[in-house]
Each structure stands twice: as C-alpha cells, then as structure tokens.
Write a protein that binds this ligand. Structure first.
Ligand code: FUB
Length: 312
C-alpha cells in the first residue's frame, strides 16, 4: 500500500510504500518497540493470546519481526517468555530493545513473584537482535518496592530507553506517574535516583526520541488511551506539553507507540484492536491487539502533526 506524507495544507510531500495495516495478521501483537540496526527495522511486540475480549490480557512471550522496506515483514518467532526471568510470575508486557557494543539489551515488563508483588522491569541480553535472550542480572532492575513515589503495583511498567550522543543512557517508565532514571554503562544497574517527570494526563507507554535539537516524550494519556506528547531541549526536561498526537486507536482501550526514523522517513507504530476475524481466529479487540504503522509528520517548528490512522 502507498501511504502519503501530506503537509498541513494537504500538499503531497512524498509517498512511500507501507504494509497494509495491521501489519501482522497471523497472531495478535501489541506494545510495539522498534529498533533500527544495520539498515533493518527490528520490531518487538507483545503477544496477545486472550481467548476473548471479556477478561484481561493473556501475554506469555515477546515476538520479533524485521523488515528492510517497511512493506514485507519477516517473523522471527518468540525471543523470550516472561518466566525466563526466574523471579517473574508471568505477564509479558511492554518492552524496549537497544543495541550497545554489539550486544542487544531487552528491557521489559513482567509481573514479579510473591517476594515483591507487583510489576517489575527486567533486562535480558543476547548477541543477536532475534535472540535467544537470557536474563542479564538474575533479578529485577526496578521493582515495586523501589519506587515509593507511587503506591501502585503497576507503576514499574513500560520501559523506554534513550541514549544520548555521549553514551549516557536513561530509562523512562511508569504507570500514572512518569519517571526516569540514568543507567550505568553496563545498562544493568541504576545510576542514581529515580526522578518523577512533570507532564499532564500520563497513563503509561512512555517513548523518548530526538529529532534535531528537540527531545520528544510521547505517552499514552487518559483512558481509553490517546497518545500525547511533550517536547524539551534536554533529556532532563522541563517538558512542554504539546497535545494529542494520536486519538484512541479504534476499539483498543490501550494505545502504545514507537517512533522511528528509517531511511529518511518517520514512522508512528502503534496497536489497535482492528484485526477482523479470519478462519478460526476471532476478531481483534481490547485484549487482542494488532500492530499498525502510519506516517509521522513534523511541522517546521518541530511540533508533530496529529497521526492519521489508516486503521480508522
Ligand atoms: O500490554 C499490556 C499493557 O497494556 C502495556 O504494558 C501497556 O502499555 C498497555 O498497552
């Protein structure tokens, strides 16, 4: 499918082929996290397996896909399951992959066992972007008992990693209260205090990227979730709220984005509940989500145009 990048006046800026949305139809995929590495886009997703849309998430493992043109996607299968973290009980929620010095670090959300009830963030490592991944430290990087700012046992979810040009790496995360913390050079320990970020209407799903001199913090806001964003001139803020980037994505109450620049084009990757029924596979919905990709467009002043979802 050809998708077009239009400016505010509706003038065609350029067009580029993209896969039909949702991009994966054989399984349900959620919580996209994309990594551009060696001219390839690696897309990591959660894997919705709820038998219907009436109960809750059922998510056991994470999947990987890759593409060199954003049109054809190759499935690499599961890269890891939540219980590969021996201290975790399950719930393979949102993740983020980065590469450093030839190794791939997978930061991800799981539910901790009874020793530290609540959600936690673990880090796994591999020599390959498609795994296999193994727990890098044998315990949670962040757990419920470390972030007392928010007495909410979901508060340690949805890691988003950002590396500055000088190599300093930060993890953004949280539910209801957004937080960030510097990581050590090994990426396996916290290097300093966890700090709270001041942005309005934060629900979850932080993602940080930089374009030119501007830093962008996008996140799921309100509920059902839209994607809002804020801008800053520094990774440490202050963050200036800029508004809604993406409306509620169809029949999915959650919304979770990944933003990349690949071969000079900007992409907004998200999930919807829009997959129609196919054969034995029931339709999508709030616990059976599917990843979609649409163009992302910057205004001349660096602000972002509202995403036009082709799944709407
Ligand atoms: O997929 C489980 C949770 O739903 C994620 O961690 C959130 O971002 C939301 O998408």
């Amino acid at each position: 499918m050809k998708k077009q990048w239009l400016c505010a006046a509706g003038i065609l800026l350029s067009s580029q082929a993209l896969a039909d949305n949702p991009i994966v139809t054989e399984v349900f995929t959620a919580d996209p996290a994309a990594l551009v590495h060696d001219d390839t886009v690696y897309l990591y997703t959660g894997h919705d397996e709820a038998p219907n849309n009436d109960v809750f998430f059922e998510m056991h493992d994470w999947l990987a896909f890759s593409s060199k043109d954003m049109v054809s996607w190759t499935a690499h299968g599961p890269i890891m399951k939540a219980t590969d973290f021996k201290w975790a009980k399950g719930d393979a929620w949102a993740s983020h992959m980065i590469e450093k010095d030839g190794k791939f670090y997978f930061f991800t959300t799981v539910r901790h066992n009874e020793e530290k009830p609540g959600f936690a963030i673990g880090v796994a490592v591999s020599d390959s972007p498609t795994g296999p991944f193994k727990d890098a430290i044998g315990h949670a990087l962040v757990t419920n008992d470390m972030t007392t700012q928010t007495p909410n046992d979901w508060d340690d979810i949805d890691p988003a990693i950002f590396t500055e040009d000088n190599g300093d790496t930060y993890m953004f995360f949280g539910n209801l209260v957004p937080k960030y913390v510097k990581l050590t050079d090994s990426l396996t320990e916290l290097d300093g205090e966890i700090k709270v970020i001041d942005v309005p209407n934060f629900t979850e799903a932080a993602w940080v990227h930089k374009k030119g001199e501007n830093y962008y913090l996008s996140y799921a806001c309100e509920f059902p979730e839209k994607i809002c964003y804020a801008m800053s001139k520094s990774i440490h803020g202050p963050w200036e709220y800029k508004g809604i980037l993406n409306e509620v994505a169809g029949n999915s109450e959650t919304n979770h984005q990944s933003i990349i620049d690949y071969k000079g084009k900007d992409y907004f990757i998200y999930h919807t509940g829009a997959l129609p029924p196919k054969g034995d596979q029931p339709s999508g919905g709030r616990f059976r989500r599917s990843v979609a990709v649409d163009p992302l467009i910057y205004n001349d002043d660096g602000t972002l145009k509202r995403v036009v979802m082709s799944t709407e």
